[in-house]
Design a protein around this ligand. Structure first.
Ligand code: SF4
Ligand code: MG
Length: 318
């Protein structure tokens, strides 16, 4: 059963001077109920923008996104928020900036209920509910009167997870939920998400730049490069036997763990050094960096083709 589907989805940004950033540039994906789909690519590949477009935080510019057969609006209004935020939630990358420092943990976790609730809520019942969620994510009920700065990064991310899941959504976009955390707590947070996924029968889109970590939690992996899908396949097969030259590079290179290096990538992506989805021309977007580049790669855009249980966009597989 397909829970989420996009058709030629585009999210472009006008950055002035006649330049358009093609952050998401024609994505066709299908996500099945109960699946964990990993979405992998360098910073600037458009993976976060795709996630934000699906939860209504960034408006799409063309194409369609359907959730359980219902068309998601280009931009959420108040009513759309009520309708879809009960079913689609997001866990954010940076637990240091995504929680309001002036709100108590109780108010932070309760907020999604307040945003979609009709009329007054019973505060005593909400305290019980928030207490039960704190325990589900491995924190304590008496943490609810504290503030975010009193917690470590890993604990804050647990708060972010409770906040996203308290409305019991069907589908959760996890936008690099472990990238800002110490390596020692990354696995704990991934395991927690895996447990909650099983107990709540969730469907997850798990965004990351590190393929090796995503592999553990994902059933299937989608690799994005400059706004477009370059390869998709079962997680382990894709990891151990990458076919697209870009996936091969991702698997062979060390993950970008240093946030400073991350920002450089982002910067390069914008100014066009590494990967620039600005004013995209025909041809393979990876041609400048591809060790297997061929003459037709310069001016013919490869389309996704099915190869066994993969989809690959590369002229080597035409
Ligand atoms: Fe490399 Fe050509 Fe394939 Fe692009 S289409 S990944 S340039 S071989
Ligand atoms: Mg990102």
């Amino acid at each position: 059963e397909v829970i989420l589907e996009t058709r030629a989805l585009e999210t472009h940004f006008n950055i002035g001077g006649g330049r358009m950033v093609h952050a998401v540039d024609g994505m066709d994906i299908e996500i099945y109920k109960g699946e964990v789909v990993g979405l992998v690519g360098e910073s600037g590949s458009g993976k976060s923008t795709l996630g934000k477009t699906l939860v209504g935080l960034t408006p799409k510019t063309a194409g369609e996104a359907l959730f359980q057969g219902q068309m998601l609006p280009a931009k959420y209004t108040g009513n759309d928020y009520k309708r879809f935020s009960q079913q689609i939630q997001m866990i954010f990358q940076d637990p240091y900036t995504s929680l309001n420092p002036r709100m108590t943990i109780f108010d932070i976790i309760r907020e999604p209920l307040m945003l979609q609730g009709e009329g007054r809520r019973d505060i005593a019942k909400d305290r019980e509910l928030v207490a039960s969620w704190l325990e589900k994510v491995g924190l304590k009920a008496d943490h609810m009167s504290r503030y975010p700065h009193e917690f470590s990064g890993g604990q804050r991310q647990r708060v972010g997870i409770a906040r996203a899941l308290i409305v019991e959504p069907e589908f959760v976009v996890c936008d690099e939920p472990i990238s800002a955390l110490d390596v020692s707590v990354q696995a704990q947070v991934v395991n927690l998400l895996g447990e909650l996924k099983d107990s709540m029968d969730l469907t997850l889109l798990f965004i990351a730049h590190d393929l090796s970590m995503v592999r553990y939690i994902s059933d299937r992996i989608i690799v994005m490069y400059m706004g477009a899908m370059v390869e998709e396949g079962p997680a382990d097969e894709l990891f151990f036997n990458p076919q697209h030259p870009y996936t091969q590079l991702l698997v062979s290179s060390n993950p970008v763990a240093d946030p400073k290096r991350e920002r450089e990538f982002e910067h390069d992506a914008i100014i066009g050094e590494v990967s620039s989805p600005i004013n995209v021309k025909p041809g393979c977007r990876f041609a400048k960096r591809c060790p297997k580049v061929m003459p037709q790669c310069e001016d013919q855009t490869p389309t996704l083709v099915a190869v066994d249980n993969r989809r690959i966009a590369c002229h080597l597989f035409d």
